[in-house]
Design a protein around this ligand. Structure first.
Ligand code: PLP
Length: 411
């Protein structure tokens, strides 16, 4: 069997050698990080080293990093109405953008009547003016006086960069508007971390979610990072032995946390030069796609976008069929469409961008990473040309029922 060409880094990045080495060493640790004896203290110091490494990637303080079981849990932990000191009479309101990961889009611990969806423009960018108008409407309804302690009990959650298109969001602008009204801002930075420089201060957010496996750490570990101690989490998702400063109970996943720290350390070192190389490869990939199929639409091209990501579609193609055909040719990519009960539907992200369904159903997401080589990109282009020509000749099954497999969503 030919070697697999992995172009699905946004779903999960392969474990980095640095993370694997650190985790292997951590297997020799004995004891519980909460124990006061020497063995326990060694575990504690491994956890705290990782906490510092993760904090450094975004310029946060180590005590503001809460380790979780991943990005999903971090998002769940963040999206809670009890973040506010004194919710106003109508209760706290949550605003989430229409292109969020399901771990945010569903509003988590907010009730349905508290959840508001912020639309995005056709360019896939959060409509800041619509958000501002909605917040002003709430403010005038509640007649909140400036300087009043409780301000607006509003939490706004907008991702830093989208997982399907890579389109970067105007977080700083959003944060300034929300803060001016006294609200809080959470950002799902799961895809952005490691793919663009991130500083919690510069983004201006109060809480951010990150995940180890998107940066070459292990799966099943992540963190919610707070701007500072002014953000108080009163309602832990998992209460128990008081770990993580009473914000997330349970004996820590030491091996996972150590691997996360080691992967984070690679970002703290020479990582960003590699991003330039990755972007060059991505641009080569897109030039190849457009040469073969000039009618292809590349979502977000020409805009602020993660340099590792290309989401494109050709009218009338079936993404599900393409993903399977790519796989049969040894290339692992994702579709930008969601498939449920055998019926391929357009992804919510592309739908929110008003992409016609006939185009969106064919969307593929190619995501590159630190190990991607020029030969792999050349091979992708070769396979794309073959599949494209076959489809144009009418030889590839486009009936999704013929090729339908398990239910999946783009992650
Ligand atoms: N948020 C975004 C934007 C993602 O792409 C993912 C990945 O699946 C998650 C959250 C969930 O993170 P995790 O897999 O660590 O739970």
């Amino acid at each position: 069997m030919t070697e697999m060409i992995y172009l699905d880094y946004n779903a999960s990045q392969p474990l980095l050698r640095e993370a694997k080495t650190a985790m292997t060493e951590a297997f020799d640790l004995v004891g519980n990080g909460s124990s006061v004896h020497g063995a326990g203290r060694l575990v504690r110091s491994a956890i705290e080293k990782a906490r510092e490494q993760v904090a450094t990637t975004v310029g946060a303080k180590p005590q503001d990093v809460i380790f979780t079981s991943g990005g999903t849990e971090a998002n769940n932990l963040a999206l809670t109405p009890s973040l506010f000191k004194k919710p106003l009479q109508s209760g706290a309101q949550l605003f989430v953008s229409a292109i969020e990961h399901p771990a945010v889009l569903n509003g988590m611990r907010f009730n349905q009547e508290q959840i508001n969806i912020i639309p995005v423009t056709k360019a896939g960018v959060v409509d800041v003016q619509k958000l501002k108008a909605a917040l002003e409407e709430i403010r005038s309804r509640l007649a909140v006086d400036e300087g009043q302690e409780e301000s607006l009990a509003v939490l706004v959650s907008v991702m830093a960069a989208n997982n399907e298109t890579g389109i970067v969001q105007p977080l700083r602008e959003i944060a300034d508007i929300v803060h001016e009204m006294g609200g809080l801002v959470h950002s799902d930075c799961v895809q952005a971390l490691g793919k663009m420089p991130i500083s919690i201060d510069e983004l201006g957010v109060d809480l951010m979610s990150v995940s180890a496996h998107k940066i070459g750490g292990p799966q099943g570990v992540g963190a919610l990072i707070l701007k500072d101690s002014s953000v108080v989490l009163r309602d832990p998702l998992i209460a128990g032995g008081g770990q993580e400063l009473k914000r997330r109970g349970g004996t820590e996943n030491v091996i996972g946390i150590v691997g996360f720290g080691a992967a984070a350390q690679t970002i703290n070192e020479d990582h960003f030069d590699k991003l330039v190389e990755i972007t060059t490869l991505r641009d080569k990939l897109e030039a190849g796609i457009l040469e073969i199929s000039p009618e292809a639409v590349i979502f977000g091209k020409g805009q602020a976008r993660l340099g590792n990501c290309c989401c494109f579609a050709v009218e009338g193609f079936s993404a599900e069929t393409l993903v399977i055909q790519m796989d049969l040719n040894g290339v692992a990519v994702s579709s930008g469409s969601a498939c449920s009960s055998g019926k391929v539907e357009q992804s919510l992200v592309l739908k929110a961008m008003a992409v016609p369904e006939s185009l969106g159903r064919g969307a593929l997401r190619i995501s590159l990473g630190v190990e991607t080589s020029v030969q792999e990109i050349d091979r992708f282009i070769e396979v794309w040309e073959m599949l494209y020509q076959r489809q144009k000749r009418g030889g590839m099954a486009t009936d999704d029922k013929k090729t339908s497999r398990a239910k999946y969503v783009t992650i």
